[in-house]
Design a protein around this ligand. Structure first.
Ligand code: ADP
Ligand code: MG
Ligand code: MG
Length: 911
């Protein structure tokens, strides 16, 4: 019988074997440690256990076969390199065991330092430290060794054995109190030895066993704990919010320890190669002498600015700056780093391409182009529409006067200021008095909807980015901070407490939906300089605002590269003008509904109540000049650019007074004996037109086919307006769009009449009018080949298409249960926010392909909010649409994302 031989998988990589492109396998930290090692930078030796090992462990509940042996082999090699053995009683090698997933998940997973210390090797470590000289005397060396040991028990206990961290902290506080000292560094070796005893007792109490003395057992347990931390509750939550796939798993890095806590000539720090807040060049970092690992970020002691390291240790400082410059050139981007200095010797412990604010992203991309590190395509690729959108919100003007009292999750961006209220009803009341309010709740629910609409912003103490409050606020475009758990919200008492202060109903707070910061009092709000620029109020060539210059440059390049045109949805001349300033190349959706509101209601009522053709025609004739004037205004603003006008869409009863109000009016008038014939007729009409499901009822093309002359009047108004413009030297390019078409016959009927009118009105003016349709009913998408025979263009109405594709009534579902769907991961983002590629997107794709097959010059566009959503824009680019149309304010976002889609598909040679 042949021996079955399975080739064992490679689960462990030495740092020298990896590189920065192996993030999937080695995680970000491991891949970058390998990269730095191969660059010849001073990285302590070590190895990485792959994410695949983690995945197998999580799937099967045990370490994969061969892992233990591979770890043993790599550990032996490490011991050889270091010339000492893990946990050796005389001269111990110690290691850190560090998590590191593909995507950085700050603070979510675990790291254990000083693995290898036990009751015997702690003595060896002290001797080793004393022997190797430096500024530490033998008392200092003892202190260092026992400090390292107590840290191990603490970290190991907490992360590996789930001992409550506070217990260790309390024990530490007890010792400090007993000794009357404030700072950890003042503890002497005896204090720390005592603390080790106390920690061991705590460990025993919670685990029922002694702290493990066997170094390899410590290592294996720590590795396992890092694997397990991938599925810790907070990590799972974080991943869901950031849409990081749960299947990735984390790698584990085992790194030889270097010591920043060996005395005053040692220390540890973090640094950025540029300012991650503004993008400005310079040295940004913090340093802490005589400290280990997390002390810097934990804020236990006050750090010093990195610049001061120059005074303390010029050699290490110069070397660090040199390495930072090398890393930037190598990664061609801002990097953040962790380093430690052990007795004057610099060690690099981590680097990665650093996170940054939206403003810094633009500024840095611009700088890197200037420095010749990247080209403009790459610069466009490095920023995104979400960042640009963030920069277009007004911001708080913060000086030192304002300190955030707490911080929650930035769930829906913007800067909101108002008086605190605790109930929806109160929010509505105060808003009706013209007051600005912030609705504060533990968590909102569907009953809070009215209050949320009335409020400037929403603040909750519970829930994350997918909570009810967050989802609904984003849907409404309202500022929201969720999950501010430092707030104790007491709704019955109408107050909350935070950081020892009480905030009662009526007090003013300011919330920042981008950062999640909460301020007491009114923080002044300032307009966005980026919007000033788009408005044309800031000359990008003249300003010394680095952000505006960078935005200008990147947008200009995105515009050059993009294939998709960008239009705006605008219903008035003023909106059209603004859209044009923001770079719109036409109007993709001009709704005609508003033209039936206000003082024109009376005409609409006459139209609806008309009993004879004559009455109806009179009403339409009165509406005609009003509509025409509206169109003239828009065509003028959009001189030379296409304007898609949608024929009237919503159900007519929306233009009539609400049923209840009308019924009351009639009853009251009757009581008084007044003549109510007119009102009664109106009431009857409203009753007649009442629909159970208005979204699926008599609207769109259906209305046009039922009310004779309505569409004809609109077509005439549009065409006459265009002809009038032509006479005045303005080029109007109207495109008449028929809504809610489901069958080609509907469109053919409308079109026959429209063409007759157009031909009659246009005469010799040279005006050209296109006729096309919306594709927003699934049936239209599925019969697009037939519909294209009668349409010169399609515009995808993705809101209705989503609504009807999913069978979701948008007005109901977002508030009612979307939060639950998001929580369950049924979708990662509301399909009204970002196009559902698989389902609704498939309808778009089919319609685009079949429409173009039937009519090759068919113009394809999209109107609806998806037109301004970054991910959706990429999809529309892929599907081959000609343009996207979105609200004027989103136009820059769509321009940028269309440019990004183009540089990403054609590729950039700068890589
Ligand atoms: P995180 O991902 O939370 O930053 P790390 O794995 O980077 O966790 O480690 C936590 C801290 O311990 C960091 O400050 C890091 O620099 C420090 N550290 C990790 N490994 C070592 C080591 N081998 N020697 C000295 N310090 C280390
Ligand atoms: Mg780190
Ligand atoms: Mg629609």
């Amino acid at each position: 019988m042949a021996v079955q031989e399975t080739v064992e998988r490679k689960y462990v990589y030495d740092f020298a074997e990896g590189n920065k492109d192996l993030k999937d396998l080695l995680g970000g930290k491991g891949a970058n440690l390998a990269e730095m090692t191969n660059l010849g930078l001073p990285v302590p030796p070590g190895f990485t256990i792959t994410t695949e090992a983690c995945q197998e462990y999580l799937a099967t509940g045990r370490e994969p076969d061969g892992l233990a042996d591979q770890v043993a082999a790599h550990l032996a090699a490490l011991e050889q390199t270091m010339g000492r053995c893990l946990g050796d009683p005389d001269d111990p090698l110690l290691v850190s065991v560090r998590s590191g997933a593909k995507f950085s998940m700050p603070g979510m997973m675990e790291t254990v330092l000083n693995v290898g210390l036990n009751d015997r090797s702690v003595v060896g470590l002290a001797r080793q430290a004393a022997g190797s000289g430096g500024q530490a005397d033998s008392a200092g060396a003892e202190r260092f060794a026992w400090d390292s040991y107590r840290r191990l028990i603490q970290m190991f206990g907490k992360t590996v054995c789930e001992v409550p961290g506070e217990e260790f902290e309390h024990a530490l506080d007890d010792v400090k109190r007993a000794r009357g000292i404030r700072d950890d560094v003042e503890l002497d070796a005896d204090d720390l030895r005592g603390l080790v005893d106390a920690y061991k007792k705590i460990f025993r109490k919670h685990t029922g066993r002694d702290f493990p003395q066997e170094p390899r057992e410590q290592l294996d347990l720590a590795v396992r704990a890092v694997f397990d931390s991938w599925n810790a509750e907070r990590a799972v939550l974080y991943r869901r919010q950031e849409r990081i796939p749960a299947s990735l798993g984390t790698a584990v890095n085992v790194v030889a320890m270097v010591f920043g806590n060996l005395g005053p000539d040692s220390g540890t720090g973090v640094a950025f190669t540029r300012d991650p807040a503004s993008g400005a060049q310079g040295i940004y970092g913090d340093y802490l002498a005589n400290a280990q690992g997390e002390d810097v970020v934990a804020g236990i002691r006050n750090t010093i600015p990195l610049q001061e390291l120059e005074r303390l240790d010029k050699r290490s400082y110069d070397e660090l700056l040199d390495i930072m410059a090398r890393l930037e050139r190598h990664y061609r981007d801002l990097c953040d780093i962790e380093f430690t200095i052990e007795r004057g010797k610099l060690w690099m412990l981590q680097t990665r391409v650093g996170k940054r604010t939206a403003a810094a992203a633009f500024v840095i991309a611009g700088q890197l182009v200037d420095e010749g590190l990247i080209d403009l395509d790459e610069a466009v690729h490095r920023v995104n529409g979400a960042q640009l959108a963030q920069l277009m919100f007004p911001r708080f003007q913060l000086d030192h006067e304002f300190q955030a009292v707490a911080r929650g999750i930035g769930a829906s961006p913007g800067a909101a200021v108002g008086q605190v209220v605790f109930t929806s009803a109160r929010a509505v009341e105060l808003a009706a008095e013209g007051k600005r309010v912030i609705l504060v709740r533990r968590e909102t629910n569907p009953d809070d909807l009215q209050g949320m609409i009335a409020a400037q912003g929403i603040l909750t103490s519970r829930g994350g980015k997918t909570s009810h409050a967050a989802v609904v606020a984003r849907g409404m475009g309202k500022t929201c901070v969720s999950g501010a758990d430092a707030l104790e919200v007491d709704v019955p008492a109408r107050r909350f407490t935070v950081a020892g202060q009480t905030v009662a109903e009526g007090d003013v707070v300011s919330i920042d939906g981008t950062t999640g910061n909460i301020y007491l009092g009114e923080v002044p709000v300032m307009p966005s300089e980026v919007v000033q620029y788009f408005e044309g109020n800031l000359d990008p060539e003249r300003t010394d605002d680095a952000l505006v210059r960078a935005v200008h440059r990147i947008m200009t390049h995105a515009d050059q590269r993009r294939r998709l045109a960008v239009r705006a949805n605008a219903d008035t001349g003023a909106d059209a003008a603004r859209a044009r300033r923001f770079g719109a190349q036409g109007i993709g959706l001009c709704r005609t509904e508003h033209m039936f509101l206000g003082d024109r209601r009376e005409l609409v009522e006459r139209l609806i109540l008309a009993r004879t053709d004559d009455e109806r025609e009179k009403a339409l004739a009165a509406l005609l000049p009003l509509q025409r004037a509206d169109f003239v205004e828009i065509f003028r603003e959009m001189d030379g650019l296409p304007v898609t006008v949608r024929l009237i869409d919503p159900p007519l009863h929306e233009f009539l007074p609400p049923l209840e109000q009308l019924a009351v009016n009639v009853a009251v008038a009757q009581e008084r004996g007044e003549d109510v014939a007119q009102e009664e007729a109106l009431l009857a009409a409203v009753r007649r037109m009442h629909e159970e499901n208005p979204m699926l009822g008599l609207r769109g093309v259906r209305l046009g086919l039922v009310i004779p002359g309505l569409f004809a009047m609109q077509v005439r108004a549009i065409t006459e307006a265009a002809v009038q413009c032509a006479r005045d030297g303005v080029t109007a390019r109207p495109e008449i769009m028929v809504p809610l078409v489901g069958a080609v016959q509907e469109l053919e009927t409308v079109r026959a009449e429209a063409e007759r009118i157009i031909a009659e009105v246009v005469g010799g003016s040279g005006v050209e009018v296109l006729i096309g349709t919306m594709i927003e009913v699934p049936r239209a998408a599925l019969t697009a080949g037939q519909i294209a025979e009668a349409a010169q263009f399609f515009s995808f109405g993705t809101n209705d298409l989503t609504q009807m594709g999913w069978g979701f009534s948008r007005d109901d579902v977002e508030g009612a249960f979307f939060w639950r769907y998001l929580e369950l991961g049924i979708f990662g983002i509301s399909p009204f926010e970002s196009l559902d590629r698989d389902g609704v997107g498939r309808l778009v794709r089919i319609a685009a392909e079949e429409g173009r097959a039937a009519r090759p010059d068919l113009k394809l566009g999209v109107c609806g909010e998806h037109g301004g959503d970054p991910d959706s824009v990429h999809f529309f680019h892929e599907v081959g649409l000609d343009y996207v149309s979105c609200s004027p304010f989103r136009v820059p976002v769509a321009r940028l994302e269309a440019g990004r889609a183009a540089v990403e598909t054609t590729g950039s040679d700068s890589r």
